[in-house]
Design a protein. Sequence first.
Length: 73
Amino acid sequence: MAQVGRRAPLAGALIALRILPQVVADLLHGERPAKASDRVTLHDTATPVEEGGWTLLVERPGAEIALGLVGKF
């Protein structure tokens, strides 16, 4: 995620904003937020769409994919 923040600061800020409620909830319940991973794969981000996860918008095999994030913003 740090790489995204350096390349596209607005995208990094939006991603950070999306996880802010969970971080605040963890802190209010006396839990430490999970340590950020150095590497994130598509498998790591796979959350059912019903739970506010990523969904595949379009795929060009071997070339590129486009994902959309589902959630309340």
